[in-house]
Design a protein around this ligand. Structure first.
Ligand code: FAD
Length: 335
């Protein structure tokens, strides 16, 4: 078991800097961490997965590169525009499309993608703070003004301020394991947050698909929300598709074996793409998009020295999750 302070004192030489640990390396956690680090605070972000990005996930499979969670992001708020400007300046983000041929009903807002996958923006932000991946937080505890964040193997970080950005169901499980609670009204509002589910299929195609740029089809049938070719998108060297089942189909088949729930999705996709899916893998997103939110962009306890953020607070879309992290940082910086 190792106990570590959430900063390296030689890297952060200012005595008045706050030590902050952020749990969850999705976009909300990364934006919050980036803003706090920019202000000179010593930030460590801990993440149970192997990399950063959370639901902004890109997977390598048989030589393909596939965005298997979120597909694109947009900007309505000047703060998100400033982030996108930064990423475009670095070359990590590109405009993907604004119009889909034949879909004049869709908004003409620019959809952005990562240069080599949707994870790119989170990776870019993560260069400015310490990240500990493969760190599943099993317990949190506050004693004499210091938070201790403990991994399942017993490794720990200590900090003065804690930020938690995981989906609310996982947050409440963490509170439960830690025997920790906030006031009853806040607990009730946290318990009311709801997300859709999404069954995703990643497929390798036997030839280029028939899709024209931008390489997407939305709702080809009621059971499928999204179908895209990651090669036409520009992130995969070989033709490879992403299929997202609807919330209704995903709920209905959540616990079915793959052989019952995947063949239908594959056959619709093959018809649409005019190519055969020669191999596939499936993934269940238990928390895809929020449908009931907390009702505020984040929760901040200046007494507790605890801040909660994420899309369950900010609302649907990467932009709102990012702004949740941004505003969480604003509250912490006001302390
Ligand atoms: C299939 C799908 C398609 C989507 N499509 C789009 C789209 O096209 N455009 C769009 O704008 N949005 C889309 N979204 C929504 C978007 O991805 C999310 O709103 C956003 O990425 C959420 O970011 P977040 O930081 O709130 O949470 P997350 O990205 O979920 O980050 C939370 C992190 O916490 C980590 N974590 C959880 N528990 C622990 C623990 N105990 N210890 C340590 N770490 C932990 C998780 O591993 C995760 O990395 C989509 C989502 C899905 C699933």
């Amino acid at each position: 078991m190792k106990l570590r302070l959430a900063f390296n004192s030689s890297k952060y030489p200012y005595a008045d800097r706050m030590r902050v640990v952020i749990i969850g390396a999705g976009i909300s956690g990364c934006v919050c961490a980036w803003r706090l680090a920019q202000e000179g605070h010593s930030v460590t972000l801990v993440e149970k997965g192997r990399g950063v990005g959370g639901r902004m996930a890109t997977r390598r499979m048989e030589g393909a590169r596939i965005d298997h969670g979120a597909q694109f992001f947009t900007a309505r708020d000047p703060r998100m525009e400033s982030l996108i400007e930064k990423w475009q300046h670095e070359g990590t983000v590109l405009p993907w499309y604004d119009r889909v041929p034949g879909r004049e009903d869709l908004s003409g807002r620019i959809r952005f993608r990562g240069l080599d996958g949707i994870t790119a923006p989170a990776k870019s932000l993560a260069q400015s703070f310490d990240v500990e991946t493969g760190f599943f937080v099993s317990h949190i505890k506050r004693n004499h003004g210091i938070w201790t964040v403990t991994e399942k193997d017993g490794n720990q970080f200590e900090c003065e301020h804690l930020v938690i950005t995981m989906p609310s169901v996982q947050l409440l499980e963490l509170f439960d394991r830690s025997d920790y609670q906030l006031d009853p009204e806040t607990m009730e509002r946290l318990g009311a947050i709801r997300h859709t589910r999404c069954l995703a299929v990643l497929g390798i195609l036997d030839q280029p698909s028939s899709l024209l740029a931008p390489g997407t089809i939305t709702h080809p049938v009621a059971e499928i929300d999204w179908l895209s070719d990651n090669q036409v998108k520009g992130i995969s060297p070989i033709p490879a598709c992403t299929i997202h089942a609807s919330d209704k189909y995903s709920q209905k088949h959540w616990d079915s074996p793959d052989e019952d729930r995947i063949p239908y999705l594959v056959s619709v996709a093959e018809d649409c793409l005019k190519a055969r899916i020669k191999s596939w893998s499936s993934h269940r997103w238990g928390f895809a998009k929020p449908i009931v939110t907390f009702g505020a962009s984040h929760w901040h306890g200046s007494e507790e020295k605890l801040t909660l953020a994420g899309d369950g607070f900010g609302g649907e879309r990467i932009e709102n999750a990012a702004l949740s992290g941004w505003e969480a940082a604003d509250s912490i910086l006001r302390i």
